[in-house]
Design a protein around this ligand. Structure first.
Ligand SMILES: N[C@@H](CCC(=O)N[C@@H](CS)C(=O)NCC(=O)O)C(=O)O
Length: 379
């Protein structure tokens, strides 16, 4: 049995045993569920086991996906506004829509996605074993994941940063900082940058905390609501989403510090060393950004394709000089992306606007508006 076959077998077994625990926004989660790890004081959190499996995906993943007819896309399923499993089993959110962007580019069909809900700790093994082609799962680009774990990363789609959320009744305010959390029970989900960052930050601030990590963020939030956790911590966007959706009437939650304790650039993640697939993912994302820069939207893309505002827009939408065919895609691949899913702003506002994640003035504004969202030229 080759190493790849063994990993595939392990993945299949993991699927059977872990799918029940994977995040699905299930209100039936037991809030008293035991933490998967408790770390006292400011010691570094343990490395998730998945971070130690090293493989190289390589190969012709684009051809495999085209033959299969669907894109296997790993999402959270429990990340408010990013990927939420709906009662009918469908996925809604910014990350889910970026899976659809890639499917629209490859198949001309945004619905040709098989969504695979994964916990944070499961996600890299799922890529390494071929269970998913792509992760769109609130995944932070880090040096160790890019090198040691064998991932490659596409363009950042959301610039995030880690924050904390606590109760006002416990004395916290939006001017609180990590130096104010001495003695607190701080909770997060396992297998994340989050658990490592808070361990580092509390140590740097010289405060002792109890760090409890749980399988997924639904359980983390349930334990916060019940009072078992004093503080929860994750990407700021995740806290804003949880506050918008789950803050009980009799509690007042506050997010701090104003300047996040870390950088969390989130975006597409896939197995390393497969340029053809990476190019497709990356340029599908860039197409949404370039379309945003040029005002080509879900609403006007047909008119823009018929009468492009400039030569670059013409190429991007499949006209003269188009570059999609040389990537193994249909000439109108990116036109289909914008037509079926939308440009960056369409996708952002549809999903993140409603929970109060404002683009304007943030790092997620376009570069012309002082933000970091920027794409290389389509030429
Ligand atoms: N960006 C961090 C954290 C990722 C993460 O797990 N975020 C939480 C909060 S946004 C999440 O996705 N929760 C949903 C879940 O547990 O499935 C990482 O890549 O390690």
């Amino acid at each position: 049995m080759t190493k790849t076959s063994i990993l595939r077998l392990v993945a299949a077994l993991l699927t059977v045993t872990l799918v029940a625990a994977a995040c699905g926004g299930d209100d039936g989660d037991d809030p008293a569920a035991e933490p998967v790890a408790t770390t006292t004081a400011a010691a570094a959190a343990p490395e998730p086991a998945t971070d130690t499996v090293e493989t190289t995906q390589g190969g012709d993943l684009l051809g495999t996906i085209q033959n299969r007819g669907t894109l296997n896309c790993g999402v959270s399923g429990a990340a408010v506004a990013f990927s939420m499993t709906q009662p009918d089993g469908s996925q809604q959110g910014f990350d889910a829509d970026y899976c659809r962007v890639v499917a629209a580019a490859i198949f001309g069909d945004a619905d040709a996605v098989n969504f695979v809900p994964l916990t944070a700790a499961e996600r890299f093994t799922a890529v390494q074993t071929g269970q998913v082609d792509l992760l769109m799962r609130n995944t932070t680009w880090t040096q160790s994941r890019d090198t040691d774990v064998g991932m490659d990363f596409g363009p950042t789609t959301y610039y995030d940063g880690q924050q904390l959320m606590a109760r006002v009744s416990d004395g916290y305010s939006n001017s609180s900082g990590v130096s104010d959390i001495a003695g607190a029970v701080v909770c997060t989900n396992a297998g994340t940058t989050t658990e490592k960052n808070i361990a580092d930050a509390s140590e740097a601030a010289g405060v002792d905390i109890t760090l409890n990590t749980f399988e997924d963020f639904d359980i983390v939030t349930d334990n916060f609501i019940s009072g078992a956790c004093d503080i929860i911590t994750t990407d700021g966007s995740g806290l804003v989403g949880r506050k918008a959706n789950q803050e009980p009437d009799d509690q007042d939650w506050v997010i701090f510090p104003a300047t996040p304790i870390s950088k969390e650039p989130l975006g597409p993640t896939y197995g390393q060393n497969d340029s053809a697939f990476a190019d497709v993912v990356n340029w599908a994302v860039y197409a949404t950004i370039i379309a945003d820069e040029k005002g080509i939207t879900l609403a006007n893309v047909d008119a823009m394709a018929a009468n492009p505002p400039d030569a670059e827009a013409g190429r991007l939408l499949g006209g003269e000089g188009e570059l999609q065919s040389v990537m193994g895609l249909d000439a109108d691949a990116f036109m289909q992306v914008i037509k079926q899913v939308g440009n960056y702003n369409d996708i952002y506002e549809r999903n993140l606007g409603p929970v109060g994640l404002t683009r304007e003035g943030s790092a997620n504004a376009g570069w012309q508006d002082g933000g970091l969202i920027y794409a290389p030229p389509a030429r």
